[in-house]
Design a protein around this ligand. Structure first.
Ligand SMILES: [Ca+2]
Ligand SMILES: [Ca+2]
Length: 450
């Protein structure tokens, strides 16, 4: 148990015992009695199978510019827009981004000199200074569990955010690059962690979720995270799942993203309030503090890129081997719905004998152990039904025999050691007798390096 948990339990106990006297000074006295003056950094356990692949603990006395770039204007050179497309009232600058005491601090304050960027003159002067940093071109990764311990400021108009954009934004633009909002917060609903995704489907497409944690998130540290796989995203506040799961196979979320931390003020999420209404009087400051940011991935390495892993492009990238001409039974279809997106792979037995091996070959793999994962539904009675992988066409496979799964079920192969760079992976099924009741639906294949 870390110190923060001790303090939290103490706070709860104080309030329960002294309902009429749960005053801040009482809490202060009791924490001082324990000798606790500094809050220890929040602990965090990513869970089994998640390995740290990148982190910034914000040690030292300055921002690590191998990781981060600091914005110094309300004109964003990455997205080439003013006020970040959301009408925000702040002018980011370097001196409002500091590192000390093991933390990153983004500080907001009201301006007295009304800064204007020459590229944004049509928007008028900015009313606040604040901090905004990103990892574009420095830390760009795909999938994994992205987590941070953050203390957000309270008060009307504060819009702290911990989020990502697709690393291809310069070419694809927004929202074609994709956006993952891990944490957004407004003072209007102070107990809520809000999360969202944005992408392009002929126009702007959005998905969002959120949930009250039952406590005000502002002014103390909490952990915020997304668990992002090839097919889904789950968001968590202090380890508890928030809202719904986002199921996806959009290309925007099948590519590396970079991280952004910023403390915005006002803007369209608040309905574009006047600067005067923001709860930040002249001469005062408010801070968004970050103890650490960490990126974990399953198996300790990023998933290996596959072609068309969710079958949304039919059989593109997938080869078929059949010893008896039944390959027509190997197809991509919509029947009964995919695990994600519109399509999935189906093997079904309409011929006798029947045998099909649908596989994808990867070359140039780093030497090491790998696993294959996929989502499967299955009924009927194949003689052989496997998710398998092998290092050459005539090599013996590693495989998992597929059972009967009424609902989409995640299965994975045993580990396979790859030393020659090559791997064939996919689904192998066989039946000696025709049986229209035999079917296997497969979707969202992943190759994981252990
Ligand atoms: Ca730290
Ligand atoms: Ca699919």
């Amino acid at each position: 148990m870390n110190r923060n948990n001790v303090i939290s339990r103490l706070l709860a106990a104080s309030c329960l015992v002294a309902l009429a006297g749960c005053a801040p000074d009482l809490v202060e006295q009791e924490t001082e009695a324990l000798g606790i003056r500094e809050q220890a950094e929040l602990g965090y356990n990513p869970g089994a199978g998640w390995n740290l692949v990148w982190q910034d603990e914000f040690d030292g006395t300055s921002l690590n510019t191998n990781n981060w770039t600091v914005l110094t204007s309300n004109w964003d050179p990455v997205t080439n827009n003013c006020n970040f497309g959301t009408g925000e009232l702040e002018f980011p600058r370097a001196q409002n981004v500091t590192v000390g005491g093991g933390k990153l601090v983004l500080t907001a304050e009201r301006t007295s000199d009304n800064p204007v960027d020459s590229r944004c003159t049509g928007y008028g002067p900015r009313s606040f200074y604040s901090g905004r940093i990103h990892t574009k071109g420095k830390v760009e990764r795909q999938y994994g569990k992205i987590a941070a311990s953050i203390k957000i400021p309270s008060g009307y108009g504060m819009w702290p955010a911990f989020w990502t954009l697709g690393a291809n934004i310069s070419g694809a633009g927004w929202p074609g690059c994709g956006e993952i909002d891990i944490l957004e917060w407004t003072s209007n609903e102070p107990t809520w962690m809000k999360s969202a995704t944005h992408w392009y489907n002929g126009g702007q497409a959005d998905w969002g979720t959120g949930q009250s944690g039952g406590y005000n998130l502002a002014d103390s540290f909490h952990t915020y995270e997304v668990e992002w796989t090839a097919s889904s995203m789950v968001f968590r506040l202090d380890g508890n799942i928030v809202g719904g799961t986002y199921y996806h196979n959009e290309t925007e979320f099948q590519q590396p993203h970079y991280l952004i931390l910023n403390l915005a003020l006002g803007g369209n999420w608040y309905g574009n309030p006047s600067p005067a209404s923001i709860a930040l009087p002249a001469g005062t400051k408010k801070t968004m503090e970050v103890e650490w940011v960490r990126w974990y991935q399953q198996g300790g390495s990023s998933g290996v890129s596959l072609t068309n892993p969710g079958f949304e492009s039919g059989m593109t990238g997938w080869a078929t081997w059949s010893p008896n001409g039944t390959e027509a039974a190997d197809l991509s279809e919509t029947y009964n719905g995919g695990h994600s997106g519109a399509y999935h792979l189906t093997h079904w037995n309409n011929a006798s004998p029947f045998e099909v091996w649908t596989y994808q070959t990867r070359t140039g793999l780093a030497t090491g152990n790998y696993k294959v994962r996929a989502w499967v539904r299955k009924g009927g009675g194949f003689d052989l039904a496997r998710l398998q992988a092998k290092t050459c066409g005539s090599c013996g496979p590693v495989f998992t025999d597929l059972g009967t799964y009424g609902n989409w079920t995640l299965v994975e192969t045993p580990a396979i050691y790859v030393s020659g760079g090559n791997l064939e992976l996919g689904f192998h099924t066989r039946a000696s007798a025709g049986n229209s009741g035999n079917y296997i639906h497969m979707d969202d294949v992943e190759l994981i390096r252990l």
